[in-house]
Design a protein around this ligand. Structure first.
Ligand code: NAD
Length: 407
């Protein structure tokens, strides 16, 4: 198998680590990205994304001659699609945008020959692998004599190079022969189990994994609203409830963000809106939590103004979508800070993991603590834990005042 050439299409957070890992495992790898800057950077042995250990993997892959990047696909034996799958955020139910997957599928079609493997790794709505099959067929590919499968990626940013090898994987072919061929390929570099199913179950499994997280976080976020209405500390409440041997409630936050948990459940809701009621509601609960936070800050500011006869200086502490990262994609903290900036002049904004932001003049967290009348904690970054806050007016939306660990 390792004398094969693998063509990885889309060299972002998933495609580039996969390409570099395969090259370091002895495969000849062709990396493809439509962004010429990405291609140029990689061919210099450098990386354009932040991920521990990725730089050394890419450097050795490129300098050994086993990884070369191009802006268009080239002939190979195995084709992996790892392009984005965002959604169109219009209407009540956002719809999946499969444009990238279908464009990439058409782009590889001229290079596919008998016996090739085509693997979709992009997080996709149920039925997308069949659409890949149909698209290749329409492009004139002899689809009966190739192998097509879906293999979802479940890596955690920050641990990608480890989890690509150690995580269990699911392989779902469009037929049993495709499942077997693609499984054989993954077994050459994955140490975790490689589990077999059909393409639709594999697609749904990935969506269900992230929806499970979303629903459980929504439960915690709803508890935070109920607790606030009843004068109860939600973190204390959850800590106590979790002493029940069969209860394990997650921690609430200021919403749910990131490009996976805040996105993937919509792919299930969009397909079956009348049936996916819990998943849809969870999305709405988590989105509502951010709106509720904004209202809470506004009412606290108004109370301050009525008492002190001046407008308060407010500090938003954290912009990232989870603690200790620099990723702002779909971040509720970012949306909250942007909304508050339209209401409050001189809003102080803190994000210790990034140097600058186009919408804000970021300030140091110590300066914010010193200057602000109201401290709004949105993300439980390690820098914020243990800050001296005695006597300060604090709105804690992420459990910074507790010792409760995030799960
Ligand atoms: N990042 C993660 O942690 C993660 C985890 C699991 C699954 N996923 C899924 O993996 C897929 C890719 O995500 P990502 O985070 O790597 O995205 P990304 O935005 O980091 O990278 C995608 C790359 O694809 C390129 N691209 C777009 N269209 C192309 C085309 N037609 N041909 C070649 N290149 C093209 C883009 O220029 C970009 O460099 C998505 O479906 C995502 O949901 C991501």
């Amino acid at each position: 198998m390792k004398n094969k050439t693998v063509c990885v299409v889309g060299l972002g957070y998933i495609g580039l680590p996969t390409a570099a890992l395969l090259a370091n495992n002895g495969y000849q790898v062709i990396g493809v990205d439509v962004d010429p800057k990405v291609v140029e950077t990689i061919n210099q042995g450098k990386i354009h994304i932040v991920e521990p250990d990725l730089d050394s993997f890419v450097q050795s892959a490129v300098f050994s001659g086993r990884l070369k990047a191009y802006t268009t696909p080239q002939a190979g034996d195995i084709f992996i699609l790892s392009v984005p799958t965002p959604f169109y955020n219009t209407g009540e139910i956002p719809q999946p945008n499969l444009e990238y997957v279908l464009t990439a599928t058409k782009a590889i079609a001229p290079y596919i020959t008998t016996g090739n493997l085509v693997i979709l790794e992009s997080t996709s709505p149920v039925g997308t692998t069949t659409q890949v099959y149909e698209t290749l067929k329409a492009e004139g590919v002899d689809v009966e004599n190739i192998f097509i499968a879906y293999c979802p990626e479940r890596v955690l940013p920050g641990k990608i190079m480890v989890e690509l090898i150690e995580n269990d994987r699911i392989v779902g072919g469009i037929n049993p022969a495709s499942t077997q061929e693609v499984k054989t390929f993954y077994k050459t570099f994955v140490q975790g189990k490689v589990l077999e199913t059909d393409s639709q179950t594999a697609e749904m499994s990935k969506l269900v994994e992230n929806s499970y997280r979303d629903v459980n976080i929504a439960f915690a976020n709803e508890l935070s609203l109920l607790s606030d209405a009843n004068g109860i500390n939600v973190y204390e409440l959850i800590r106590l409830a979790n002493h029940h041997p069969r209860v394990n409630i997650l921690q609430p936050g200021c919403g749910v963000g990131g490009h996976c948990i805040a996105v993937d459940p919509w792919f299930l809701v969009a397909k079956n809106p009348d049936l996916a009621r819990l998943i849809h509601t969870a999305r709405k609960v988590n989105d509502f939590k951010a709106d509720w936070v904004i209202e809470k800050v506004k009412s606290t500011a108004l109370a301050f103004e009525l008492e002190q006869h001046r407008k308060p200086k407010i500090a938003c502490m954290g912009l990232a979508f989870k603690p200790d990262i620099d990723d702002l994609r779909e971040s509720p903290a970012l949306a909250i800070a942007k909304a508050l900036q339209t209401q409050f002049e001189n809003l102080l904004v803190v994000e210790p993991n990034i140097k600058q932001h186009i919408d804000f003049n970021l300030v140091n967290y110590n300066d914010a603590v010193e200057q602000a009348d109201i401290l709004v904690f949105l993300v439980k970054h390690k820098e914020f834990i243990g800050l001296e806050l005695d006597g300060r007016l604090v709105l804690d939306f992420c459990g910074i005042l507790t010792e409760v660990e995030f799960k």
